[in-house]
Design a protein around this ligand. Structure first.
Ligand code: 5GP
Length: 174
């Protein structure tokens, strides 16, 4: 697989918009009267985060954390670390982690464990795409957009060697 391959559409922008709207409705219902911290995992979640927060009609704070998992290729190294740390207080906050894709689960499992130690009031996970067939560690997803097959996805923030993040549809690189 290479970034020379032509991406094939899996979910069109209209389907993505409908899924994000549904997630925003669920989140709005559950966080009424609260002021959660939405924590995106860079870089992939930035497009999803931007669309999601504009559909939330209550006060939110937005923060991003950068973790290392995949290098510049497509295979996970299995080693996760925080590259760019948290600047916001997590203690006693309602924290909602926002992620583009869960694959082996190692990345979100690491982050949720890291955050749990900081004693948030609540900690939940919102994921746009889930690839359960590749899971190595159990992950509970509270808000999910799409379950996806074991294919390499690009677009809507997802990259291959830093390319294709700007595609408005979620595509497969065959
Ligand atoms: P995990 O730790 O769950 O194996 O991987 C999560 C991270 O791997 C995601 O944040 C994403 O950066 C990357 N990843 C996993 N599957 C894909 C995929 O199909 N496409 C892209 N572009 N990145 C992926």
């Amino acid at each position: 697989m290479s970034s020379q391959t032509k991406p094939r559409i899996l979910f069109r922008r209209q389907e993505i918009a409908a899924a994000v709207k549904k997630l925003a409705a669920e989140i709005s219902r559950d966080y009424q009267g609260k002021s959660p911290l939405l924590l995106g995992i860079l870089k992939g979640s930035f497009v999803f985060m931007a669309d999601l927060i504009r559909l939330l009609d209550f006060p939110v704070e937005v923060e991003f954390v950068r973790l290392s998992s995949y290098g510049r290729g497509t295979e996970s190294s299995g080693k996760i670390k925080v590259v760019q740390g948290l600047r916001s207080q997590v203690r006693s906050r309602d924290v909602l982690v926002v992620e583009d894709i869960v694959d082996t689960g190692l990345t979100v499992a690491f982050l949720l464990d890291y955050l749990q130690k900081k004693k948030p009031a609540s900690l939940k996970l919102c994921v746009l795409t889930d690839k359960p067939s590749r899971r190595q560690v159990p992950v509970t997803i509270d808000y999910l957009g799409f379950t996806v097959p074991d294919k390499f996805l690009v677009g809507y923030g997802l990259d291959c060697d830093e390319k294709f993040r700007n595609l408005p549809d979620i595509c497969v690189l065959d």
